[in-house]
Design a protein around this ligand. Structure first.
Ligand code: GUN
Ligand code: ZN
Length: 437
């Protein structure tokens, strides 16, 4: 089956912060995206390609912008109903809001209801792939994967492993977390477009015995991911030091446990030393930049210059429910502001260039795919990739339309879209070439 979409089309072929900017993307003002059986067949200039497809109808999105589907590299599905909870920083917020909310996810039908709602929120915002925390209950992950499978989504998720420093009702044990994770891996990893991430919550809620079980899972299933939190908040850092006095730094807790490897994704990663950045680079790890969450909990200002300097893979994370939006575009707005605010802290010693606009859109698409080691199947419109994409309505608000009319260059336009778009801007989200909404 062939489908044709006419629109302005943008995608990235490399990282604009690491290569020549001009060669990092391709853009067709009047473009055509050709999808064959759910995969990208061709992309290019409309006038050049259209004559090859006389027999097929064109879906006309002229004046709108098609981008690859957005990629969220860190989000918690059981925290959907507690997004926007008032007045706490990380450790209080976990105890006050998060743990009582996550308790409910041992109930499969409840988890199912929230999974449906959660996936709809992602699709409404143009997000087509995410790396997702479940709760400690294996039922939560079953519920999530079942719904993701129904929508034919490419998703990564895992059951939280946590055996200490949380209410009893949320604790597993090293053995039970191993057995439940193993069962979920066998059931879901590689099924359709679904993949598994071994998911210890963070160092304070796992014993060394449990981290050893996580390592055992990664050894038995080298293709699965490792997904956890790292260096988010000052109180957390002090606690990790107390709990793991032998570790040289926070990342070293995970490193000593054998969890620092390619396909390890560390959310937040705000307060890292040069040594930690080098370790992340040397082990080919990824980090998730979660600006709305980091601002909302008052956690701190992620240093993207440091990540780039050390050539560490970075993706954008909404981190709902500490994050305040499911939208990757809104997350990019806050990323820009976080980077601006870092100028107020010159003692860090990094140069503070504004966050480059092309880089922002790269992070939301191909950069996210690379951070999740999925750039062989998603992230841009290279032939053969899975045709997940989003259509942006550039006249979705009077202000956006008016402001875009003042723009002369593509970069200027993209920056205005980054800063002024909202959920109305997402006209449609496509999964494997089919409308998802
Ligand atoms: N650290 C440990 N658990 C969590 C969580 O649920 N959210 C965030 N933002 N940080 C965490
Ligand atoms: Zn998180």
């Amino acid at each position: 089956m062939i489908q044709l979409y006419r629109a302005s089309i943008l995608h990235f072929v490399s990282n604009p912060s690491q290569t020549e900017k001009e060669s990092s993307y391709e853009y067709w003002e009047d473009g055509l995206l050709v999808v064959k059986n759910g995969k990208v067949e061709k992309v290019g200039k409309y006038s050049k390609l259209v004559s090859d497809y006389d027999a097929f109808a064109v879906t006309d999105y002229s004046g709108k912008l098609i981008l690859p589907g957005f990629i969220d590299t860190h989000i918690h599905f059981p925290q959907t109903e507690m997004i926007a909870s008032f007045g706490a920083e990380l450790l209080d917020w976990l105890n006050t809001y998060t743990f009582p909310t996550e308790k409910q996810f041992g109930n499969k039908s409840y988890a199912e209801k929230i999974a449906k709602f959660f996936i709809r929120q992602l699709l409404l915002q143009g997000t087509t792939t995410a790396l997702v925390f479940g709760s400690v209950h294996k039922e939560s992950v079953d519920a999530f994967f079942e719904q993701a499978q129904k929508h034919k989504l490419r998703m990564i998720a895992g059951k939280v492993m946590m055996d200490r420093n949380a209410p009893d009702y949320l604790l597993d044990t090293p053995e039970s977390s191993y057995a439940d994770s193993k069962e979920l891996i066998e059931k879901w990893h590689g099924k359709d477009r679904l993949l598994y991430a071994v998911t210890p919550r963070f160092a304070p809620t796992s014993s060394k015995e449990q981290l050893a079980k996580a390592k055992q899972l990664l050894e038995e299933y080298p293709e699965v991911y490792l997904h956890t939190h790292l260096s988010e908040n000052h109180g957390e850092l002090a606690w990790v030091k107390e709990l793991y006095p032998d570790a040289d730094n926070y990342l070293d807790v995970y490193n000593k446990a054998g969890l620092v490897r390619s396909k390890s994704v560390f959310a937040h990663s705000i307060y890292l030393s040069e040594t930690e950045w080098s370790t992340l680079h040397n082990h080919d790890c990824s980090v998730a930049f979660c600006p709305t969450s980091n601002l909302f909990l008052g956690s701190g200002l992620f240093n993207i210059q440091a990540a780039n300097k050390h050539k560490v893979r970075v993706g954008m994370g909404t981190d709902v429910g500490a994050g305040t939006s499911f939208s990757i575009l809104e997350t990019l707005q806050e990323a820009y502001k976080v980077n601006q605010l870092r100028k107020a802290f010159p003692e860090e010693g990094y140069e503070h260039e504004p966050l480059d606009t092309l880089e922002a859109f790269y992070l939301a698409t191909l950069g996210g795919a690379k951070a999740l080691h999925l750039d062989h199947v998603i992230g841009n419109f290279e032939k053969g990739k899975e045709a997940d994409f989003v259509v942006l309505d550039l006249a979705s608000s009077e202000l956006l339309e008016f402001r875009l009319n003042q723009c002369k260059s593509l970069e200027e336009k993209l920056f205005v879209i980054q800063m002024l778009s909202d959920s109305r801007t997402i006209e449609q989200t496509y999964i494997l070439g089919q409308p998802a909404l």
